[in-house]
Design a protein around this ligand. Structure first.
Ligand SMILES: Nc1nc2c(ncn2[C@@H]2O[C@H](COP(=O)(O)OP(=O)(O)OP(=O)(O)O)[C@@H](O)[C@H]2O)c(=O)[nH]1
Ligand SMILES: [Mg+2]
Ligand SMILES: [Zn+2]
Length: 350
């Protein structure tokens, strides 16, 4: 575990988190940041140092890496999950549960390689996720050293996200720290997402290694800076930034991401205003400005198809969320009923 201690601000604390806390809260507990999630326990860091928190029961909503908790003063127990400033989550399983990936990020590094992994529709998906969370996306193009034509990849990204930074790197080289430095300042939190094998862990290790050599803070091979690069962990770069390396995801299903889609597909949204019908589905509808743009070659048909696909997914999730809410409400009523019976019984006993 980290032997170092950090101030709250070094841990990424923002004043806005305190809005969620009362004076009583500060008397009962103290804030700590989740740096590791295990099956029945959490690793946390706070101004008091490192601690392990045993989770006694399933906590709803599921706590994730990057979360801020209020821990009990006397024992490392969770009093409360502090309101998240951002959450990257995906939809998992047939029940469409929201599965948190990382919380309280400043930046999302969307990692893809200059090879067969590169896929504009997948990038649009990740961009939607970042915009939905209100987190700045940066597209990191790895394996640029193995590619003879990096320019064509940069051009392709520009067609879907002209305002998003796109940084080609060789993740195995210490030189990659420099073009990424703007997002890796002290107290900044960045998560790496992308398919398996694109170089997320390689980049994480290089950033730890290169920065360590620059500052001389951590010896080569020292376990301190390296050991949390496991499945669900967050660790500090010697620059003071926090990195969350995630395992590659085979599929990334998004939830109800209307805000994110509006931002990721702002060109389509702008055109849609000119469609004849305000509820135009941009799919064979009469007077559709978006389809006209595709026919005229001003809009990529692939992009429109991907937009529709994400919309369908979001609608499907919204439907099943409603079903689940009804289900939960039903069981909630049963639970409350059972609790009242227990209380009444208890009342009689005493
Ligand atoms: N030449 C070169 N090789 C790279 C680069 N980035 C990653 N690699 C290699 O690609 C392989 C996979 O890299 P990882 O860092 O394990 O990929 P990952 O994204 O963490 O994969 P998962 O953990 O499965 O999600 C390793 O052999 C790396 O050395 C790069 O920019 N240039
Ligand atoms: Mg990895
Ligand atoms: Zn339309």
């Amino acid at each position: 575990m980290h032997s170092q201690t950090f101030t709250l601000f070094q841990l990424g604390w923002r004043l806005s988190y305190s809005h969620d806390l009362t004076l009583q809260d500060f008397e009962a507990g103290y804030p700590a940041r989740v740096v590791g999630v295990h099956r029945n326990a959490l690793s946390v860091l706070s101004a008091r140092g490192a601690a392990s928190v045993i989770l006694s029961a399933a906590v709803e909503p599921a706590i994730t890496v990057g979360d801020w908790l209020l821990l009990e003063m006397e024992a490392p127990r969770v009093l409360r999950l502090l309101a998240r400033q951002s959450l990257i989550a995906r939809i998992a399983g047939s029940e469409h549960r929201l599965q948190p990936i990382a919380a309280n990020l400043d930046t999302l590094f969307i990692v893809t390689s200059c090879n067969d992994d590169f896929n504009l529709s997948r990038l649009e998906r990740y961009l939607t996720l970042a915009f939905e969370a209100g987190v700045e996306p940066v597209i990191v193009l790895t394996k640029a050293d193995l590619c003879g034509d990096v320019g064509s990849y940069l051009d392709a990204v520009r067609t879907i996200a002209p305002a998003v930074a796109c940084v080609p790197i060789d993740a195995t080289s210490t030189a990659c720290a420099e073009p990424l430095a703007a997002w890796l300042g002290g107290g900044q939190t960045v998560a790496f997402v992308g398919s398996s094998g694109v170089g997320k862990s390689t980049l994480a290790n290089t950033l730890v290694g290169s920065a360590a050599r620059v500052t001389g803070g951590i010896r080569e091979g020292d376990a301190r800076g390296r050991h949390t690069t496991t499945a669900r962990g967050m660790f500090a770069l010697p620059s003071g930034a926090w990195v969350i390396d995630t395992p590659g995801m085979r599929e990334l299903r998004v939830g109800a991401v209307e805000t994110g889609m509006n931002a990721a597909f702002d060109d389509i949204e702008r055109l849609a205003v000119q469609c004849r019908f305000h509820d135009c589905r941009h799919q064979g509808d009469r007077g559709c400005a978006v389809e006209q743009a595709v026919a005229a070659g001003a809009m990529d048909g692939r992009r429109l198809a991907n937009y529709r696909k994400l919309q369908r997914e979001a609608a499907q999730v919204a439907r099943s969320t409603k079903e689940r809410r009804e289900h939960d409400r039903h069981y909630g009523v049963l639970n409350r009923h059972a609790q009242r019976l227990r209380r009444e019984k208890k009342g009689r006993d005493y």
